[in-house]
Each structure stands twice: as C-alpha cells, then as structure tokens.
Design a binder for this molecule. Structure first.
Ligand code: NDP
Length: 382
C-alpha cells in the first residue's frame, strides 16, 4: 500500500521526484501533515521528538495544517499525553513572547492512540483517526519509529497495510541502531523494502560499542564528506553518489590498524569515578570497547598512502563538543517533512559503510580481543 501511495502521489503531481511535490503542496492550504510518533510513551519521544516538533511549530516551520499523534501500547488519553508532553516542552526560545500561548496551541494539535506494534487492526483505528483530522485535504504522513529495532518491521508492515486513506506522501524515520553488521543491516533494509521505497526511508543510527556507535556512522560520514570528489551539484543524489564512491574506495579496516580500550574506575580529588563494568546493566566480563582509534586508507589516486585517523571514546578528559547541538532533531524532522535527503543514509551507502567495519568487528568478537584499560577521565590508552 505504501508503494501504491507513492503512485498516487505521482499522479497528483505529474513529476517523478517526490521531493518536488513538497514545494507544491506543503506550503499551500490544501494539504496536511500527520506526524505519528510510534513509541510515544518512550524516553526519546519525550526528551527529543515532541520538544523538537514544538520548536519547529514555534518557529513557524511546520505546515499550516498538521497533527501529531502519539502511538504506543501504554494506555493514555489525549489529555494525559498532553500533560506528559507539556512537562518536556522547553522554551529554548524563552526570551521571546507568547511561548505558553504557543505551547497551548501546539498541545491542542497532539493526540494519542494506544495500540500494539504488530496489530493491523490497531493501525487501522489510527488511520481512521488520522483521516478525521486530515479533513479531506491531501494527506501527507510521517511515521517516526521511536521504538526498539526488533519491532521496526512489524510496525512498518502494519502501518503500511492499514494506510488506506493517505493520498499524499508517506515517509518513515527509522531510529538507530540500524543493524549491528553487514548481514543484519542488509536484512533490515530488505524487510523494510517490502513495504517502502528507498526514498520513503529516513535512517538514523546505533549503540553497540564505540565502533558501531560513533565510527561506522558519524565519523565515517564526516570522512566521506571530507574525502569525496566535488559532486556535480548539491543535489542529495549527487552528494550521495560521491560519498558512496569514496566509501567503496576504502580498504576494509584491519585489526592491526585499530586500538580498542575500555575505561576503568579512577579516584581523583576524593571522588571515585566508576569503570564501565561497574554499571549495573553491563556484564562484569564485558569486552565492549568504550574507546577506539583507527587508521583508514582510501585506495584512489588522490588519497593514496594517506592515513585517516579516527578516534572516539567515552569517559575521556575532553568532549568533542560540550553540549548537544540544540536543533539536531528539529533539523531531522524538518528534512523528513520537506523530503530533503542529503543528511540521510542511502542503502548502498549503508552497505559500503558496514563492509568497511564488519570484518574487524567480527574479528574483535570472535577472537575476544581484550581492550586496553584506561582510567576514567584520561586521554585513553597510551
Ligand atoms: P524505549 O525503550 O523507551 O522504547 C520506546 C517505547 O517502545 C516504550 O515506551 C515502549 O512503549 C515501547 N517498547 C519498549 N520496549 C519494547 C519491547 N520490547 N516491545 C515492544 N515495545 C517496546 O526507547 P527510547 O525512547 O529510549 O528510544 C527509542 C528508539 O530510539 C530506540 O530504538 C533507541 O535505540 C533509539 N535511540 C534512543 C536514544 C535516546 O536518547 N533515548 C538516542 C538514540 C537512539 P509501550 O510499552 O507504551 O508500547
């Protein structure tokens, strides 16, 4: 059904590029965007997604007609959702006027539907509610999957098969972690593509050890942007084509080019800083790296012989930046609504990125390589 929606979208706009559609009908008065936060009872939804949506609303960045639906198994009324959400909305814009008034306006647009993630029937009930709010306008829908990855596919399958009434675009934001190696990432992509086209998927990324958490995604993205050839244009596809080329020119990471570490407890100034395995949720014998440094090589004429050094770690003496970038989630949501794909990862990019790291990740795990221990708050392994 999502694929059919896409065809419906094409016939509405007579263009092959769904992103062209958005400039036509999002700003106009005849379309509406329904944003469904799947997993709305969770931490990420409360801490990041609803506050980011509110900030976008405050800044006038959301379309005139929009609705936000929370969806999760927890039982809640609309009023209860609004109470919870209202506690998490911050006026980062608090020096400006009308913030509380704007909050009330935003909260009136927030609704809740309780349902299972694997129930087509419950998603059909949601679909009916969305339709009522869409009021006969061209209906664009954004689903934000803020749920554990093992239920992504069920939720997409059920949302897809029940979405009979949407006649605009439908897009899905997928939270990290997106797989833990080449095979699991490819399986997830294969399953998602039963229900979605590539241009409907907006990914994000992971948590399993520092290499998967930071290197395979964030640092590799920076490296690809830095080392790629000049793209033909700043169009998302042209940029992504160059990124894929440079990623595919890289040699898979070798074990001898990697140092891994794990922080241990450390007493300083009368304070006892805990080690990684002191955390109750971490197995005492965990070999998970909390630090990694690696040298990557690009096999092309421009970068021949030049090592690219990557380093990332937790509990170090300095941070990369001290604060979270305030509007990262706002940017993410806005890009997804506008169909802007430059900052999202395409499947072939993801494959190329995993191909670089999967062999070394497997070797580290199979050989049970012991990380070098470094004191909490230090520069990492010497
Ligand atoms: P939660 O564990 O809080 O899960 C979100 C909601 O999903 C829960 O409120 C619960 O809702 C439902 N849920 C949780 N576990 C299960 C389960 N086993 N089976 C079915 N439903 C379940 O996750 P977060 O909100 O912290 O994160 C959401 C996603 O975003 C995850 O994939 C996470 O890895 C990722 N992420 C989170 C970040 C964060 O800062 N929290 C940062 C980056 C990524 P209910 O019981 O009401 O259905």
């Amino acid at each position: 059904p999502f694929k059919k929606l896409k065809e419906g979208l094409l016939s509405v706009t007579s263009t092959e590029e769904s992103k062209d559609v958005i400039s036509v009908d999002d700003k106009g008065g005849d379309s509406t965007v329904s944003i469904t936060v799947v997993g709305a009872s969770g931490d990420l939804a409360k801490k990041k997604i609803f506050p980011a949506l509110f900030a976008l609303f405050y800044e006038g960045c959301l379309p005139e007609h929009f609705t936000v639906f929370g969806y999760a198994r927890s039982k809640m009324t609309d009023a209860e959702l609004r109470t919870i959400v209202s506690k998490t909305l911050t006026c980062r814009i608090d020096k400006r006027e009308n913030c509380s008034e704007k909050m009330d306006q935003f909260l009136k647009r927030c609704f809740y539907h309780s349902g299972q993630y694997d129930s087509e029937e419950h998603f059909t009930e949601l679909d009916k509610k969305l339709k009522e709010h869409e009021g006969g306008r061209v209906s664009n829908r954004l689903f934000y999957l803020s749920i554990p990855p093992n239920i992504f596919i069920d939720a997409v399958r059920c949302a897809s098969s029940s979405a009979s009434s949407a006649n605009g675009w439908t897009r899905v934001i997928v939270e990290k972690p997106f797989g833990r190696d080449s095979e699991s990432s490819a399986a997830l992509t294969r399953n998602l593509k039963q229900y979605l086209e590539e241009d409907q998927i907006f990914r994000y990324f992971d948590h399993y050890g520092i290499i998967r958490d930071i290197m395979q995604n964030h640092l590799l993205q920076i490296l690809a942007l830095f080392a790629m050839e000049t793209p033909v244009s700043l169009d998302a596809e042209d940029i992504r084509n160059e990124k894929v080329k440079v990623l595919r020119s890289m040699k898979p990471l070798q074990l001898e080019d990697v140092v891994i570490g794990q922080y241990k407890s450390h007493a300083k100034g009368g304070i006892n800083y805990p080690g990684y395995t002191d955390d109750k949720t971490v197995p005492k014998d965990s070999l998970t790296p909390t630090f990694a440094a690696a040298a990557l090589f690009i096999d092309n004429a421009r970068w021949d012989g030049v090592p690219f050094l990557m380093k990332a770690g937790k509990a170090l003496n300095t941070k990369r930046y001290s604060k979270e970038i305030p509007d990262a989630y706002e940017r993410l949501l806005l890009d997804a609504i506008e169909g802007e794909r430059r900052l999202f990862i395409r499947s072939d990019e993801l494959d190329a990125a995993w191909a670089l790291f999967t062999p070394v990740l497997k070797e580290l795990e199979e050989k049970k390589i012991i990380p070098e221990y470094y004191p909490y708050g230090s520069r990492g392994p010497s």
